[in-house]
Design a protein around this ligand. Structure first.
Ligand SMILES: NC(=O)c1ccc[n+]([C@@H]2O[C@H](COP(=O)([O-])OP(=O)(O)OC[C@H]3O[C@@H](n4cnc5c(N)ncnc54)[C@H](OP(=O)(O)O)[C@@H]3O)[C@@H](O)[C@H]2O)c1
Length: 331
C-alpha cells in the first residue's frame, strides 16, 4: 500500500499537535485540511505542509485524495462530522469524547458498519507505552487484586478562555474534556462499575466546573475520580491492589508521566522506565490506525467500538447522577 492520505477536519489546537506528530509516522501524508474559514485552512495547511486547504468540511469528506479523516471539532459536533465523513466512504479517527451521549455513539458505530468504513475514537492514552506497561503489570497480577483507584485531573483554564470549555452547546465542562481520562482509567483497571455516584459544582453556564465520581464494585473495590476546571490539581493516578501499588505521576495520561511501583505490602519505591519517543505522543495511535487500514479492518482491536460505547454509556450514567446537561434530551 502507498502512503496513507490523511485529512484533518477542524483547524484548532489539537489538530495542530496531531499534524506535527503525523510527520513522525512512516507512510503518512497530510493531504488535506478543512476549516469553516478558508483563510484559517490555508494558514494551517502552510504551517503543517498539507497539500489541499479547504473552506468547508463536505469538500474534505468528498475529497478523492483523502483516505482517512481525523475529526478535531468540539464534542458536540463529533457525531455530525463523523457521519458526514463515513457517509462519503471515508475512514474516521474521531477525537474524544467520541460523542455527546451513547445514542449518538451507537449511530456512529452502526453507520461505520453499514458503510464498511473504519471508525475509531482517538483515545491516544491507550496506545502509549507507559499505559501498556502498567496494564501488563496489572494483568500479570503484580499488584494482586485491585482494590482502589484514586485519580484526579484538573487545571484552571487561562484567559482567553476557549469557547468550548464552559459552553454546554459545545459539550463543555470538565467531564467530557478531562474527567473522561479518569473514567477511561477506571474502566481499564477495574472494568464496568456495579454502582456509580457523582456530584458536580456548576460553572456559570450550568455545566460541570468540577465533578466527583465514585465507582463501586462487587468485590469491594472503589474508584474515586475527580475532575476540575477550578484549580490546578496534581493530575496523578494511584492504583492499589492486595499486593502492590502503582502511582502514575503528573499528567498520568501523557507519555511524560512517571511510573512508581511499590511491590508487596509496604513496598520500596521502584521507578519503572518506559519508552518515550520525541513528539506529543499522538504518533502511536496514528500508526495503529494505519496498520488497521492496511489490514482492511473497520474496527480497531485495541480501541474497539465496544470500548467507546462502554465509555460513553458510563459518562451518560455519571452525568445523570450529577445532573450535567448539554441539551434537554441528552441521555
Ligand atoms: N487527545 C488530546 O490530547 C486532546 C487534547 C485537547 C483536546 N482534545 C479534543 O479535541 C477536540 C477539539 O479540541 P481543541 O482543544 O482542539 O478545540 P479548539 O481549539 O476549539 O478546536 C476545535 C475546532 O473545531 C472546529 N469547529 C467546528 N465546529 C465548531 C463550532 N461550532 N464551534 C467551535 N469550533 C468548531 C473549529 O475549526 P475550524 O474553525 O477550523 O473549522 C475549531 O478550531 C475536543 O474533542 C477535545 O476534547 C483532545
Amino acid at each position: 500500500m502507498g502512503k496513507i492520505r490523511w485529512g484533518i477536519l477542524g483547524c484548532g489546537k489539537i489538530a495542530a499537535k496531531f499534524a506535527e506528530d503525523l510527520k513522525l509516522v512512516d507512510g503518512a501524508e497530510l493531504s488535506a485540511v478543512a476549516s469553516r474559514n478558508g483563510e484559517n485552512a490555508r494558514k494551517f495547511a502552510k504551517s503543517h505542509g498539507a497539500v489541499h486547504a479547504l473552506d468547508n468540511y463536505l469538500d474534505l469528506a468528498q475529497h478523492s485524495d483523502v483516505d482517512v479523516i481525523y475529526i478535531a471539532s468540539p464534542h458536540s459536533h463529533h457525531h455530525e462530522h463523523t457521519l458526514l465523513c463515513l457517509n462519503q466512504g471515508k475512514a474516521v479517527l474521531c477525537e474524544k469524547a467520541f460523542a455527546i451521549n451513547g445514542h449518538q455513539a451507537r449511530e456512529m458505530v452502526d453507520t461505520a458498519i453499514a458503510k464498511n468504513c473504519f471508525l475509531m475514537e482517538a483515545f491516544w492514552t491507550k496506545f502509549l507505552p507507559h499505559y501498556q506497561l502498567v496494564m501488563a503489570k496489572i494483568h500479570k497480577g503484580e499488584l494482586g487484586e485491585i482494590k482502589s483507584l484514586f485519580v484526579n485531573f484538573g487545571f484552571r483554564p487561562t484567559e482567553p478562555l476557549a469557547d468550548r470549555i464552559f459552553n454546554p452547546e459545545l459539550g463543555g465542562g470538565s467531564m467530557l474534556d478531562i474527567g473522561i481520562y479518569n473514567v477511561f482509567l477506571a474502566l481499564s483497571v477495574l472494568g464496568k462499575p456495579d454502582g456509580i455516584e457523582a456530584t458536580m459544582t456548576p460553572a456559570h453556564t450550568g455545566i460541570d466546573e468540577q465533578c466527583a465520581v465514585t465507582f463501586t464494585y462487587q468485590n469491594g473495590a472503589i474508584a474515586q475520580l475527580f475532575s476540575s476546571f477550578s484549580s490546578n490539581l496534581s493530575t496523578e493516578a494511584d492504583i492499589s491492589g492486595t499486593s502492590g501499588r502503582i502511582r502514575l505521576g503528573t499528567r498520568f495520561y501523557e507519555p511524560a508521566t512517571t511510573i512508581e511501583f511499590y511491590p508487596g505490602h509496604i513496598g520500596t519505591r521502584q521507578i519503572i522506565p518506559h519508552d518515550r519517543e520525541a513528539g506529543w505522543g499522538y504518533q502511536y495511535q496514528i500508526r495503529h490506525v494505519q496498520d488497521c487500514l492496511e489490514k482492511g479492518l473497520i474496527e480497531s482491536p485495541v480501541m474497539s467500538h465496544a470500548d467507546s460505547l462502554q465509555l460513553m454509556d458510563t459518562l451518560d450514567a455519571i452525568r445523570k447522577k450529577a445532573g450535567i446537561h448539554y441539551r434537554v434530551d441528552d441521555y
